[in-house]
Ligand binder design. Structure first.
Ligand code: HEC
Ligand code: HEC
Ligand code: HEC
Ligand code: HEC
Ligand code: HEC
Length: 488
């Protein structure tokens, strides 16, 4: 028997015979319908501007492909059930209804099945590829679920707003890809069951609010940050100018000017400054899960010797806790998600002029409004502007009459500052996610550089102000140095 005929006798004819059942037919219908919809959407996307709504993405890249595959799977299930039923009843025909290839209608039918199969394969391949790349997009990570709202908001206004989340959060290679997807599935379950999770704390997992930091699954910085930034680059000094406004009627402005010794690897191949001095191998043990208390630090010096610094409270004992090799993220922990303090927020906005320093008392009153407690961002966006207007109406109606536009702009800017930093639903408020880059608002550098970490010979991790920076001016009105530099 020729191969083609054998195939027809033993496979095609029985398949057509058994496939004639409601389940298989429904499967075929679901598959064709979802396939046609997806093709239609992709064509639309080719010619029209794609819709940025992430929920649409969930439908077209996740739900429809799932339906498509479900339909495909239903077909053999139907075939199997019909065959078993007929076999039990002894009704399987000795010979399946004949297929006549000379029959033109039947031949065309076969052609259609053949073409449809190829199209189906193409659809599945494209769908799964597009689904995967959709799930890798910042829209999916940040917008599909409001749990990520704080991080996504901060990300969008960061220097890394064009670096996809997965560049930092998911490793390359199959294992970290699957690890991330499994993590994602767990999170999806937690988020889906959140409304009922409190009823059965033990059995259904709920997601933590706020999402805890640090992210222990993050890969070492040499795989993330160093794929774009060269750690040995020499940056010299960096000038930092920080403006602050006082809580008086005139919002008196002062400036702090700091020359940070950023350093790196200099022309003589020496490791110098803030970046250079931590490039060697530094290990530390953190006594708490937020890596705030660091009682033990060990540096492997360029000559291979080791210096071990211990907090005096340890009295020579080894502390328990996470042991970690220090890298970029120990200082730049908020690289893509910086939340500022209310003071920093309002000072930056007043420096930029989006909250006008010409409004009397606006620094003091703005801070009061920012730090008040609101049930939601929606409530804050009503109460903050209303509160500012009420303040001027009660204390200084002339301002409302003369500078109404400035008051309105200031109110709107305060709402923006609030909604970039406070997310009541996720229990994220001012100070929830500390920034380790300095030492003024959070322990930061002083977790180690507190003068209390000493070696056996009495050397300490320095707290000398000039090791890290020159303080060119501290809270001065119109500092001379800025005038000399021509940047005032
Ligand atoms: C430039 C690298 C980078 C990018 C891009 C990035 N992140 Fe992060 N992310 C980090 C680092 C670093 C941390 C803090 C890790 C730590 O403290 O251990 C973090 C922490 C988080 C956390 C934990 C909660 C928190 O606030 O600390 C979440 C959730 C998160 N990121 C989500 C996202 C999402 C969603 C995106 C994309 C919209 C994204 N990240 C893009 C580097 C990045
Ligand atoms: C995909 C490339 C990429 C990766 C990965 C990346 N960065 Fe960046 N980073 C950039 C670019 C580009 C800029 C400059 C953006 C600009 O100036 O607008 C930048 C800027 C910065 C800045 C200056 C930010 C500022 O506010 O001025 C810091 C600090 C920084 N990155 C640290 C990190 C750290 C830490 C990591 C790892 C967690 C990291 N970066 C990962 C590309 C990257
Ligand atoms: C010991 C803490 C520390 C470590 C570790 C560290 N940095 Fe920094 N980095 C700083 C400080 C402090 C600044 C200046 C911050 C500022 O501008 O306010 C800075 C600035 C930067 C800048 C901006 C430079 C500029 O010219 O504005 C980049 C980019 C950067 N770091 C990348 C990295 C990368 C990549 C790593 C890891 C290889 C790293 N840093 C490790 C403390 C650190
Ligand atoms: C995990 C602990 C740790 C943290 C956090 C840390 N450092 Fe260090 N730092 C060290 C150690 C250890 C040394 C080496 C001490 C030595 O050899 O004198 C060092 C050395 C330095 C030096 C060189 C000092 C000198 O005597 O020349 C500078 C500058 C510096 N750090 C800046 C910073 C800054 C800025 C930050 C915060 C953004 C920071 N460090 C955070 C552990 C730390
Ligand atoms: C281990 C390094 C280190 C040491 C030691 C250190 N600083 Fe700093 N300091 C920093 C860094 C890093 C910043 C910049 C933070 C940022 O980027 O916002 C800073 C910023 C500042 C600022 C400006 C910040 C602001 O918001 O106004 C002042 C003021 C300051 N330091 C004072 C001091 C004084 C005083 C000492 C000595 C007792 C000291 N620092 C010791 C690392 C250090």
């Amino acid at each position: 028997m020729p191969l083609l005929e054998k195939f027809r006798e033993n496979w095609v004819r029985p398949a057509l015979f058994f496939g004639n059942n409601p389940l298989s037919l429904a499967g075929g219908a679901i598959t064709s319908a979802s396939g046609a919809t997806m093709i239609g959407y992709w064509l639309l996307e080719l010619f029209a501007r794609p819709n940025a709504n992430p929920y649409l993405g969930i439908i077209f890249f996740l739900i429809l492909p799932a339906l498509f595959i479900l339909g495909l799977a239903l077909i053999p299930v139907g075939v199997y059930r019909r065959r078993r039923k007929l076999m039990k009843a002894g009704e399987i025909p000795a010979e399946f209804p004949k297929i006549d290839l000379n029959d033109r209608v039947f031949r065309h039918g076969l052609d259609i099945v053949f073409i449809a199969t190829i199209v189906n394969l193409l659809v599945v391949a494209t769908a799964s590829y597009r689904g995967a790349s959709y799930m890798d997009s910042p829209q999916f990570c940040g917008q599909s679920c409001h749990v990520m709202h704080p991080e996504y908001t901060a990300y969008q206004i960061s220097a890394h707003s064009h670096v996809p989340c997965v560049e930092c959060h998911i490793g390359s290679g199959a294992s970290s890809y699957f690890e991330a997807k499994i993590n994602g599935t767990r999170q999806l379950i937690e988020v889906s069951f959140h409304p009922v999770a409190h009823l059965s704390r033990k059995f259904i997992p709920d997601y933590p609010r706020p999402i805890p930091s640090p992210v222990t699954s993050l890969r070492p910085a040499r795989y993330i940050c160093e794929s774009c930034h060269t750690p040995t680059r020499f940056d010299g000094d960096k000038l930092l100018v920080i403006s602050e406004f006082a809580d008086d009627e005139g919002n008196t402005e002062t400036q702090t000017v700091v020359a940070l010794h950023l350093g790196g690897v200099n022309a003589l191949s020496q490791y110098v400054g803030i970046h250079g001095m931590h490039l060697g191998h530094i290990e530390y043990i953190a006594a708490d899960s937020t890596r705030t208390t660091i009682p033990w630090v060990q540096r492997t010096n360029p000559d291979g010797s080791q210096s071990t610094y211990a907090a005096s409270a340890l009295k020579g004992a080894m502390p328990k806790g996470e042991r970690r090799v220090m890298d970029c993220i120990d200082c730049h922990n908020r690289a893509a998600h910086t939340f500022v303090t209310a003071e920093e927020a309002i000072n930056q906005a007043m420096t930029a002029g989006s909250i006008s320093p010409d409004l009397p008392w606006v620094h003091k009153e703005g801070l009061v409004l920012l730090k008040a407690s609101y049930a939601s961002q929606e409530e804050a966006s009503e109460k903050i502007p209303a509160g500012l207007e009420a303040f001027y109406r009660a204390t200084n109606p002339a301002v409302l009459a003369g500078k109404a536009a400035l008051v309105r702009t200031a109110g709107a800017e305060l709402v923006t500052l609030y909604s970039q930093n406070v997310f009541p639903y996720m229990n994220v408020t001012w100070g929830t996610h500390p920034n380790n880059i300095g030492h003024m608002n959070y322990p930061g550098c002083f977790r180690c550089h507190d003068g209390d970490h000493v070696t056996k010979d009495g050397a300490s991790i320095t707290q000398d102000c000039s090791a890290c920076h020159n303080l060119l001016a501290v809270e001065e009105a119109k500092p001379k140095v800025l005038g000399d530099l021509g940047i005032q």
